[in-house]
Ligand binder design. Structure first.
Ligand code: ATP
Ligand code: MG
Ligand code: MG
Ligand code: MG
Length: 470
């Protein structure tokens, strides 16, 4: 059986043999885009190359990019544990052409890799194209020999990619694998496309236009290619599994945590095992790239991920802090491909351990309060916003942790009520500043802080000062 590490290697070797420069993954904290919380795709490190602002000594590149999708436009946090195919941290394999080859070669390269090198059966594959993109449609017919009904035209923005309101953009084409009719879900474009039967494995973006203003779009003189394939998703297929969490990229972590707690990895608590494995990867890689838990910005997303994992460990019956004990297993699995992980191992362990120890007591107390409140409410309504806010304010429960705890019981939180309670507390805090004699400054500061979050605001100002393109 081919391992996840071998698949990554095969991908990079294949593209190197086809004239691509193998480029290391960039860090999860993007250095060139202050508007982006975490690197969430392979193209992020190449943004300025695509726009022509930055030159590189190569025209073709291939990467296995670390990605986190736990906030902002792409947020898969709530999918984790529940779908077979989503993680907060995953690797995106990608090949890129900077004004070099275009659609035809991109389709050829992708098709040959998955059918020849990886040996996927053509009968299991289907693709989507943007509804107006006859060129891509015809290329799939000719190169892949796919029948008409398995080249699906999609009219939504799912198949039209844009870097922003202006800049490079173009149609995309996604490749799907059919895991079989024993799994619920329909083909792309159908009403039940969100099921796990047809899994999107690879997205090919054809950057052929430049949006110059809201109503002006021109052809790019030298169009480019950006692609992304989820390593964990292709690994599932090549390892004969349906579920990413059953691949060697995650399974060993699930087994290690089940063993540490002394429970069955396949027993009840299946969702918790998956959340722990996923969140351990996300937390460890974020810490290795310099993010530390805090109460705002990136650090708060990390804290939310860590605390969510801790609740799931608690639910599985872990009596001792668990996460930091799993770090050596993770480093053993991924340290070779990502040396920064090994270098940061002591920091990751200490950071997790500290957060686990700090949160342990309030977690247990907060969960008790939650149980009491739910009992009082009976089995009906949403949790009142005031209670969710108390859990947040007194017990350090991020809102999403409370929501996650209620989700398994089919209940929600009154989010408006939560926000109102938060706003009231902020107003109180503001009042207590009134005596400082600097009301005006303070008011401006609090407003800015509310709008953008303190660390984001500073980050933006510094980046701009350095003359970065925003
Ligand atoms: P989906 O529709 O399944 O959510 P997507 O269209 O949002 O995927 P893209 O933005 O096209 O994903 O990313 C490129 C590839 O990265 C996808 O084809 C998929 O293989 C992989 N991928 C995307 N999101 C995730 C995730 N949360 N976990 C694992 N792999 C992912
Ligand atoms: Mg998605
Ligand atoms: Mg998609
Ligand atoms: Mg996609």
């Amino acid at each position: 059986m081919i391992s996840g590490n071998e698949i990554r290697r095969t991908f990079l070797d294949y593209f190197a043999a086809n004239g691509h420069e193998p480029v290391a993954s960039s860090p999860l904290v993007p250095h060139n885009d202050p508007t982006l919380m975490f690197t969430n795709a392979g193209m992020v490190q190449f943004k300025n190359v695509f726009t022509g602002v930055e030159q590189r000594p190569y025209k073709r590149a291939a990467t296995s990019q670390k990605c986190v999708r736990a906030g902002g436009k792409h947020n898969d946090l709530d999918n984790v544990g529940y779908t077979a195919r989503h993680h907060t941290f995953f690797e995106m394999l990608g090949n890129f052409s900077f004004g070099d080859y275009f659609k035809e070669r991109a389709i050829e390269l992708a098709w040959n890799l998955i059918t020849d090198e990886f040996g996927l059966s053509k009968d299991r594959l289907c693709v989507t194209v943007y509804h107006e993109d006859d060129e891509a449609h015809d290329l799939w017919r000719r190169i892949a020999g796919l029948p008409e009904e398995r080249i699906i035209r999609i009219a939504t923005s799912d198949n039209f990619w844009a870097m922003g309101d202006t800049g490079p953009c173009g149609p995309c084409s996604e490749i799907f694998y059919d895991h079989g009719d024993h799994i619920p879900g329909g083909p792309p474009g159908s009403p039940d496309e969100d099921g796990d039967r047809f899994v999107e494995i690879w997205n090919l973006v054809f950057m052929q236009y430049e949006q110059q203003s809201a109503d002006r779009r021109v052809d790019l003189p030298r169009p480019s290619i950006d692609t992304g394939m989820g390593l964990e998703r292709i690994a599932a297929i090549l390892q004969g599994k349906h579920d990413n969490y059953d691949t060697d990229l995650l399974r060993k972590l699930i087994e290690a945590s089940a063993e540490a707690i002394g429970v069955d990895p396949d027993g009840e608590g299946r969702i918790s095992h998956r959340v722990i494995a996923d969140h351990l990867r996300a937390s460890s890689f974020l810490i290795a790239d310099g993010v530390l838990p805090s109460n705002e910005g990136r650090g708060y997303v990390l804290r939310r991920i860590m605390r969510r994992a801790m609740r799931h460990a608690e639910m599985l019956g872990a009596e001792e802090p668990l996460l930091h004990r799993l770090v050596p297993t993770l480093v053993g699995m991924m340290g070779q491909a990502f040396p920064e992980l090994g270098r940061a191992e002591p920091l990751i362990r200490e950071t997790l351990k500290l957060e686990e120890n700090n949160f342990k007591r309030t977690l247990a107390r907060g969960l008790r309060l939650l149980e009491d409140e739910l009992e009082r409410l009976g089995d009906s309504a949403a949790l009142p916003g005031e209670v969710a806010f108390k859990l947040y304010d007194t017990y350090g429960f991020p809102l999403d942790l409370t929501q996650d705890a209620l989700r398994a019981r089919g209940r929600g939180v009154d989010v408006d009520g939560f926000n109102a309670a938060m706003a009231r507390q902020k107003a109180e805090a503001r009042k207590s500043w009134a005596g400082s004699g600097e009301q005006a400054t303070e008011a401006v500061w609090f407003d800015l802080r509310d709008q953008v979050g303190a660390s984001e605001f500073l980050g933006y100002a510094t980046e701009r000062a350095e003359g970065e393109v925003v």
